[in-house]
Ligand binder design. Structure first.
Ligand code: MG
Length: 186
């Protein structure tokens, strides 16, 4: 069951994803979540690091579109200086806006990746339509009961990923899981 949202790749943070990595996997287009993938919920606008990363993608010919489940106001303010194509209230794990974004970029499932922090929405939406899926651990986890329950559902998938990939992924996922377990105990 957990393979429904088992991501293809896990990175420690969004800007560890290099153009060379994307090129080596044949990725020419990225669909990107905002909240907890690029910035925490409460950070309204992108910092220099985010701007630099998008600049690098643009210069190397990688298309990018923001695909967020958050509302219009949040997404438009965050995108004000980035000027990317964007979709808000996307309803991930449903893939409607992922498909629209791909059509607009002229990409298809063979050369597009979905990048996000949520296995149950971002990875699931991407996998559902056969995209490459890349996950980063959420920058700042909310700690209310709903989020903790959702996170608990993700643990078997994270463990499955480590079992499959080993190596460096084990370190990233160990940190992710232990942070979660500490949260639970606390
Ligand atoms: Mg997110």
């Amino acid at each position: 069951m957990s393979s429904w949202f088992l991501p293809d790749y896990i990175f420690a943070k969004f800007d560890d994803i290099t153009v060379d990595f994307l090129a080596s996997r044949g990725i020419k287009a990225l669909l990107i979540d905002i909240d907890n993938t690029l910035a925490p919920y409460e950070v309204a606008e992108p910092d220099e690091r985010i701007a630099e990363w998008f600049k690098m993608l643009r210069e190397r010919g990688i298309s990018a579109t923001l695909v967020s489940n958050n509302g219009r106001e949040r997404v438009e303010l965050f995108n004000r200086t980035l000027g990317l194509p964007y979709y808000y209230k996307s309803g991930k794990p449903f893939a409607k806006n992922l498909k629209k974004a791909m059509a607009a970029m002229g990409s298809d499932k063979t050369n597009t990746a979905m990048l996000g922090d949520q296995l149950l929405t971002d990875a699931a939406a991407g996998k559902h339509i056969g995209l490459t899926t890349i996950i980063v651990p959420p920058i700042r986890d909310k700690s209310n009961l709903f989020f903790r329950s959702k996170r608990a559902l993700e643990v078997p998938t994270i463990k499955a990923y480590v079992k499959k990939h080993g190596g460096e992924s084990a370190l990233i996922c160990d940190f992710w899981l232990n942070k979660r377990f500490n949260e639970k105990r606390g």
